[in-house]
Each structure stands twice: as C-alpha cells, then as structure tokens.
Design a protein around this ligand. Structure first.
Ligand code: B12
Ligand code: SF4
Length: 464
C-alpha cells in the first residue's frame, strides 16, 4: 500500500458545461506534492479523477484504508464531501488541501476530514505523514500548517508553515504519474492544439479584494528562468503539445524575469505558442508586448473587471481604465489576441458604471470577453465587506461560494440584460463599417436591453 493516495473532486464527464468547454488541465498542486514526496522517499499513488467515473474512485477506496489526500477548490465542495464520506466508511485517514478547505477548516473537519492542510502541501505532508503514522490523527500538535481535532473533539489550529523560499529546490510536477498524454489528446481533438499547463511563480502580491489568497498569502516567489525554461523543454520533448498555458497569477509581473526567460527560450530554440493571464499595469511597455509576441504568446487574458474607475478603486484593483485600453490595443498591435474578464454586480455598481464597462469593451474590441456576476469568496476583502448582506438559501454542504447572494443587489436576470447590452454594443461597433444594417439592429438590441435594466432597477428587483 502507498503512503498516500492523492486525488481531487473534479469529474469532467459529470458536467455538461465542462464537456462543452473541454479544456481540462490536471491539478498541478497534486503533481507538485507527488514529485516532492516521492523524492523524499514516500510511496505515492495518484487517482486523477478528471476523466474518471466516480464509482471507479469509490471502488478504489473500498479496497481498504490508508491515507488519502484531496485537493479542494470552491467548485468541488459537494464531490469532495462525498469522497470524504466514502473514504471514512472504508477507514481511510483523510487529509484535505487547497484553497477551499483552508477557508472552511472547521466545516470540513466536522464533515469527517481528519486533517486540513493550509498553504503549500509539500513540506507539511513530509512531516504530517510520519506524524500520523506515529501519533494518529488527534495528536498532531506542532505540525505547522495543519488543523485537526484533538481527542476531545476540539479543533486545534497549528501555526502557519513557512513558505518554500526557493522554488527551484522542489522537483517539477509529477506528470508521469498521470495520463498527461490524454489531456494533450483531448485538447488536440477538440481545439486542434494539444496543451499542457505549467507555472513559473507562486502567489500574487496584489490585493484585488475579491481574489482568494488562501494558499500562497500575499507572497510572490518566482522560479528562475533557467529552471522554468528547462521544464518547458522537457514538456515539449516528452508530451509534444502544440501550446502551453502558463497558469501564473500575473505572468508579466516581473519584466526583468520575462526578458531573461525569453532570452533563455531563444537560446534553446524554443518558440512555443502560449496563452496566459496578466494585469494591464504590468503590460505597459511595448518591449513587454513585443517580447511576449516573440516568445509565441498568441492570447493574453486581462482581468479588466470594470470600465468604471470608481468600481475598480472599490475593488482595490490598482489599475486605471486607461491602462486597460492601452494594454489591449498594444497587445493587438503585436498580433496577440486579447481576452477580457469582466465582473458585474460589485457592491455600489450603478447603471452608469455598467455603461462605462460597455464603453470600455466597445473601444477595446477584444477577441473574447467573459463576464461573471461577482461572488464573495470566503476570507476575501469582498466577503468581509458584504458580510452583513451575504445570504445563501442552500445548506453549506450543498452549496459553493458561488451561491452566495448579496441582499439588495439586482437579480441574475438583470445581469443577463447587461450581457445582452454589452455583447450587442461590442458587436455593433465591430460591424459599423462592414455591415451597417446589421450594426443598427445590434445597437437597437443593446438599447432595448439597457431599457429593460432601467425599468427593472426602477422596480428595485433584488435577490433574496
Ligand atoms: C489555473 C487555475 C484554474 C484553471 C485550471 C485548474 C487546473 N486544473 O489547473 C481553470 C481556468 C480551469 C480554473 C477554473 C476555476 N478557478 Co481557478 N485557478 C487557477 C490558478 C490560477 C492556478 C492553479 C495552480 O495551478 N496553482 C499552482 C499550485 C502549485 O497551487 P495549488 O493548486 O494551490 O496547490 C498547492 C496547495 O494548495 C497545496 N495543495 C493542493 N492540493 C492539495 C492536496 C493535499 C492533500 C494537500 C495536503 C495540499 C494540497 O499544495 C500545493 C502545492 O504547494 C489558481 C490560483 C493559484 N495561483 O493557485 C486559481 C484558483 C484555484 N481558481 C479559483 C477559482 C475561483 C476558479 C473558478 C471557480 C473560477 C470560476 N468562476 O469559474 C473555476 C473552477 C473550476 C473547477 N471546475 O474546479 C480560485 C479558488 C478559490 C477557492 N477558494 O476555491 C483560485 C485560488 C483563484 C483565486 N485567487 O481566487 N482555475
Ligand atoms: S486578481 Fe490577479 S492581480 Fe489581483 S490579487 Fe488576484 S491574482 Fe493578483
């Protein structure tokens, strides 16, 4: 039997939407942990649930107890709780890690988990696994980065664990332990390009107040560009994807690092198409965009959120609307496609702020734009700000943080109209020269949506 079985609660084939989107990536956290533990001499098994059926995992659990470690994020609460229950029924010791269980340690302990690991899992597990074997799950006092219940049932929260200072000192994700090739194939079949994810840094020092910092806090640690380039070369040789996705929080956060990385890739003759995400204010140099384009960046996602400076300031985003406009236009000049993430319904947003967002996206003309209705993730500034007005109709175990409603805010139907206004206005501007008749129809649909919003706001349509 292995020292630990690592798994997660994301089953792609259970979700119609995910099947449509079909852009799966393995959870890198588990792969990092596996590589680290194996280097330290532990025997690790991974059950990668992405392409699996739930009963396959349950069959595996039924074979007998040991230690199971699960990655959690806010979307997987329900399946994770079911896995915890199944594992406990077969005498497994259950450890949870990742952002979601860090935000709700007491709830998960109450639901049957034995230990919650907060922060990075690598060094904590190296100490926790022997401690569990020697002392059992109720006497883990002193194992930094964990919470557990003592023999009387009281929750004990140990001190935080120091973050790994040198990311080059840890081994690359253990992609060989899962069917990485299947991810690449699925991408290639659906999108014509096989893709692999990797990260070059951990953590983000910015303070956008709706963003969860449950794992890495506000630290920012970078791998060296030499180590990152070596991993990319290895990925290309071993898995032969057509592109990579840098899943960093802000890929262009350090310009000297970016220039060094680009040079190193060029030296290795590696030009790999990629997509990634950044912030407009960290893209404000032609040299940065040229470097990205030269390296193979074909699409950059910008979290632009709102076209209203008042709302951006309320979010503590630290970005100016003009910077977003400049960055989008500049990226496009260098032949990089742009995706914009936008958020509706941040507290205080009025119809004028929505109009400002529509206007910004209309001017930017990104290749893609995606909207979300803002939801407060536990332990964020946004959550604290709305603490008195957050409600949920579902039981905690049935819900996710996405189900939180904010009292006094407009309904989902209202934000659907905002989408219609936005999409029609952006499309009308795109069509103005090419097809004026269609542009006029689109503009009229945009105005209709706006009118409907004005009427519904007069009726003070609110969420429960
Ligand atoms: C890439 C990414 C995605 C990708 C793909 C995920 C993937 N398979 O790679 C996509 C775009 C699909 C995505 C989607 C979403 N994401 Co996302 N995503 C990320 C991102 C930017 C990087 C993930 C990553 O690779 N991290 C690097 C690894 C090394 O870190 P890690 O996973 O946290 O693992 C470490 C620890 O958590 C711990 N650990 C992890 N697992 C375990 C297990 C055990 C047993 C132990 C002991 C420890 C442990 O040790 C690991 C190594 O140190 C993170 C932010 C971030 N920087 O982590 C957000 C993040 C995880 N996503 C987030 C959110 C909100 C979402 C969405 C809900 C967004 C949405 N509105 O749709 C969806 C949910 C998707 C789903 N169905 O699950 C939030 C989660 C917040 C929360 N409380 O759960 C994060 C933290 C972003 C944020 N800052 O708010 N995401
Ligand atoms: S939204 Fe992006 S830039 Fe802002 S704190 Fe989160 S990761 Fe950092």
């Amino acid at each position: 039997m292995s020292d630990i079985l690592l798994t997660h609660g994301y089953f792609l084939f259970e979700d119609e939407k995910e099947i449509q989107i079909m852009r799966p990536y393995p959870p890198l956290g588990l792969l990092y942990i596996s590589a680290f533990l194996r280097r330290e001499g532990f025997d690790v098994e991974i059950f990668d649930s992405t392409f699996a059926q739930r009963h396959e995992l349950f069959d595996r659990l039924a074979k007998g107890g040991g230690v199971i470690g699960l990655y959690t994020n806010l979307m997987t609460r329900k399946p994770v709780l079911e896995i915890v229950a199944a594992a406990k029924a077969h005498n497994w010791t259950v450890i949870l890690g990742g952002p979601e269980s860090a935000n709700y340690p007491n709830e998960y302990l109450l639901a049957g988990a034995d230990v919650i690991v907060t922060g990075e899992g690598e060094t904590t597990l190296t100490e926790l696994l022997p401690a569990l074997a020697a002392r059992g799950p109720h006497r883990l006092h002193g194992v930094a980065g964990t919470s557990f219940r003592d023999e009387k049932g009281a929750v004990v929260t140990n001190p935080e664990r120091t973050k790994i200072a040198d990311l080059d000192s840890i081994p690359w994700p253990d992609r060989g332990q899962i069917d990485q090739a299947r991810y690449v194939d699925v991408w290639r079949e659906k999108h014509g390009m096989g893709s692999v994810n990797m990260i070059t840094a951990r953590g983000c020092p910015y303070k956008c107040n709706w963003c969860s910092h449950a794992v890495f806090g506000y630290t920012h640690r970078r791998r060296s560009y030499l180590d990152s380039a070596a991993e990319l070369e290895h990925i290309m040789e071993r898995y032969r994807p057509d592109q990579v996705w840098y899943a960093d929080d802000v890929f262009t956060i350090s310009h000297p690092w970016l220039f060094g990385y680009a040079k190193e890739l060029a030296r290795r003759n590696l030009r790999v198409p990629f997509e990634t995400i950044s912030r407009a204010d960290r893209m404000m140099k032609e040299e940065v965009l040229k470097t990205l384009a030269d390296m193979g960046c074909y699409r950059i996602w910008i979290g632009s959120e709102s076209g209203s400076q008042r709302i951006l300031d309320g979010m503590e985003r630290g970005v100016k609307v003009e910077q977003v406009l400049w960055a989008v236009k500049a990226a496009k000049r260098f032949g990089i496609q742009v995706g914009m993430f936008l958020m509706w319904g941040y507290p205080g947003e009025q119809i004028e702020d929505i109009a400002a967002t529509v206007d910004l996206v209309r001017k930017c003309q990104p290749d893609i734009h995606l909207t979300t209705v803002a939801y407060p993730i536990k332990n964020t500034g946004f959550f604290r700000k709305t603490a008195n007005s957050v409600v949920t109709e579902k039981q905690w175990s049935e819900a996710t943080d996405r189900d939180y409603r904010i009292k006094g805010r407009h309904s989902r139907a209202y934000y659907k109209q905002a989408d219609s206004w936005l999409n029609n206005e952006v499309e009308a501007t795109r069509l103005d020269d090419k097809n004026p008749a269609e542009a006029a129809l689109r503009r009229s649909a945009a105005m209709d949506a706006r009118e409907r919003m004005l009427t519904s706001s007069l009726e003070a349509e609110t969420e429960a």
